[in-house]
Write a protein that binds this ligand. Structure first.
Ligand code: FMN
Length: 166
């Protein structure tokens, strides 16, 4: 006879995804420009963190191939996507080798790719990288920021894209 319970409780990851998917987020593309060219990834886990000092955060997965390249550069640009930029989000959520091939962009003040048509951008240098389980928590010190367009944001909710009515 064993003292072990009949069923070993396992964490329900599908339920975790389903429940957390009910929290809507905006979508940003975090970019950097390394020696090998521009890199970028779509991010929903972006947030404002601190006013003094001015800091923001995002959480890249440890499996991301773009994040180690961004980390090596030491600075990045947060591109806040507009409601008509779903195609841009899809490109930067992919594993495409040249995500910038069909994207209009120029260099921001800190040298990172600033994507055409974004609502706003925030240039940062990496201030800290903290443990976040299978993700990391990146704290960025804000260097420069600007609103580019007064439109509606791209929103991600329950696994799909949407817009805000306001
Ligand atoms: C709306 C949306 C939000 C996302 N948010 C995150 C995120 O917060 N962290 C993350 O690591 N990946 C996130 N992803 C997935 C990454 O964009 C994707 O896995 C990554 O860019 C894959 O390419 P890489 O290997 O070049 O990093 C998100 C994707 C989408 C569509």
């Amino acid at each position: 006879m064993s003292d072990l319970p009949d069923e070993i409780p396992t964490f329900d990851t599908a339920k975790f995804r389903q429940v957390l998917g009910h929290f809507p987020t905006g979508v940003v593309v975090v970019t950097a420009h390394g020696d090998d060219g521009p890199v970028g990834m779509a991010i929903g886990s972006f947030a404002s963190l601190s006013l003094d000092p001015p800091q923001v955060l995002f959480c890249p997965a440890r499996t991301s191939s773009s994040w180690p390249k961004i980390r090596a550069v030491g600075k990045f640009c947060v591109n806040v996507l507009a409601e008509d930029q779903e195609d841009v989000s899809r490109v930067f959520a992919s594993k495409a080798t040249d995500k910038f091939a069909e994207i209009g962009w120029r260099r921001s003040g800190n040298g990172s790719p600033l994507i055409e048509g974004v609502l706003a951008y925030i240039d940062c240098e990496i201030a800290d990288v903290l443990d976040g389980g299978d993700h990391e928590i990146v704290v960025g010190r804000v260097q420069d920021l600007e609103v580019r367009h007064e439109g509606g944001p791209l929103v991600f909710f329950r696994g799909g894209y949407g817009r805000v009515t306001y």
